[in-house]
Design a protein around this ligand. Structure first.
Ligand code: OOG
Ligand code: NI
Length: 443
């Protein structure tokens, strides 16, 4: 039998190789990594109990390796193949994001690991969007876009071969994995040679900047990589001091004692020289940097409250409108607004014959402790804000469109996984871990 390596290992290698590549291609990203490291170190010194003891070293490692990226695909076949490629690395499509309501003609999912150990090992995620041709109004241009994309092949033959091998073998050997990382990475590289002439680029740009970005190039260049910080306000403040211009405001909820969901900010995309097929030269802006702070994953009830507060008129200051959202862990947990992990406090044992009904008193007595389950996904409103701050919302006319999850899943070749069910499972597993051991002692 051939010895196969874990998909977690392949994902870890891949995300590190991607980060190396992006540091070389976009030097500001390297500066951003430095700032985030400094801020995180300082935060951990000031808050030494950020992570539970049992998990401390794994969580610290997770924080150092953690980042997400984003790509934009042009056609169904690319998305379906991308799904198979990510599966080799233990990444599965979670959630459906519709950005058409915000005037961005794409819908998306995020490929990411889904089980607890894999997330802890390396939670690398890729926000992957698919262009919606149905939202292009100009029929002549739509046809042209289709013709260009039909001819495009974004994967190397060897990456496809290795993906197939992995599917048949149910994994890759160490040597195959190494080759896979090199070959798969090529799809995410930047190409300064466009695959269209200047006039075509211009007509795509006039329709929507995003369409030009997706269609004009040989591949779906990674357009940002995002490290995770424990204090996004501090990073936002430091960016200008290090010569990076951040977008004006942080997306997501205002600063709170208990961070929830996701707060993000970015720096503006670079203007990069490109060469068209007719040898004309031009410039394209696509690649940027972003940071994020992650907090408590919300239940459907919590998310509903969050979305309602977010929609309040702009006359409200964000901090005021969020006053209605509890800002303490115990309150959030009791009101079932967020997901929590439960465990026995170190050194404690469950009293005899105790059941789950007594959870609350076990917590009050200090026998069981709780900690927030971290949100691993994205927010469509923030994503639209990030898209727009980098593409410019001034340009282009596409119709506003409705979500079309069915069409997305058809292109993907499977259904997306429901994010809430994943958090629910994590919470359940932590409870089962406490109370099953208990019942095993009796039966
Ligand atoms: C993706 C934007 C979404 C995020 O963090 O919300 C995203 C893109 O610009 O292609 O990465
Ligand atoms: Ni992002």
């Amino acid at each position: 039998m051939t010895q196969l390596v874990s998909p977690d290992l392949i994902r870890d290698r891949f995300s590190k190789a991607m980060s190396q590549m992006y540091q070389q291609e976009v030097p500001q990203y390297r500066t951003l990594l430095d700032i985030v490291k400094e801020v995180n170190d300082r935060y951990l010194q000031a808050h030494p109990d950020t992570f539970a003891d049992a998990d401390n070293s794994r969580e610290l490692n997770r924080l150092v390796v953690e980042r997400h990226g984003a790509i934009r695909l042009g056609k169904a076949e690319e998305l379906a193949t991308m799904r198979r490629l990510f599966a080799v690395m233990g990444m599965y499509p979670v959630s459906y994001y519709d950005l058409s309501a915000a005037g961005v003609p794409v819908h998306a999912t995020a490929f990411r690991p889904i089980d607890e150990r894999s997330l802890q090992y390396n939670p690398f995620r890729v926000f992957t969007s698919l262009l919606r041709l149905d939202l292009i109004v100009d029929t002549a241009l739509k046809l042209k876009v289709q013709q260009i994309l039909d001819k495009r092949n974004i994967f190397t033959p060897r990456a496809l071969e290795l993906t197939e091998i992995s599917e048949h073998q149910q994994g890759l050997t160490a040597a195959q994995a190494e080759e896979f990382v090199t070959e798969a990475l090529k799809t995410f590289q930047w190409h300064s040679e466009a695959q269209v002439d200047m006039a075509t680029y211009q007509s795509l740009l006039d329709q929507h900047r995003l369409i030009a970005d997706v269609v004009s190039f040989k591949g779906p260049h990674i357009n940002h990589l995002t490290p995770r910080t424990l204090d996004i306000d501090a990073v936002q403040k430091m960016m200008p001091e290090r010569g990076i211009a951040p977008k004006e405001s942080i997306e997501g909820p205002p600063p709170r004692r208990v961070p929830v969901l996701l707060r993000q900010t970015s720096f503006k995309a670079l203007s990069e020289k490109i060469i068209f097929t007719d040898s004309a030269e031009g410039r394209h802006t696509a690649r940027f940097g972003e940071i994020e702070q992650r907090g408590l994953a919300l239940t459907p009830a919590g998310r509903e409250l969050y979305d309602r507060l977010l929609q309040q008129p702009a006359t409200h200051k964000a901090a005021d409108s969020f006053a209605a959202f509890p800002d303490n862990e115990e309150e959030l947990r009791r009101q079932k607004l967020g997901y929590f992990r439960y465990r026995l406090k170190p050194g404690k044992v469950l009293p005899d014959k105790v059941s789950r009904e007594e959870l609350q008193s076990l917590i009050s007595e200090g026998i069981i402790e709780t900690s927030p389950i971290i949100y691993e996904d994205f927010l469509p409103v923030s994503a639209a804000g990030i898209f727009q701050s980098n593409l410019g919302s001034d340009r282009g006319s596409v119709s506003k469109g409705n979500p079309n999850k069915a069409a997305f899943e058809e292109a993907l070749g499977r259904q997306v996984i429901d994010e809430f069910s994943l958090y629910q499972q994590l919470e359940e597993a932590s409870l089962a871990g406490i109370f099953t051991r208990q019942s095993e002692r009796f039966f």
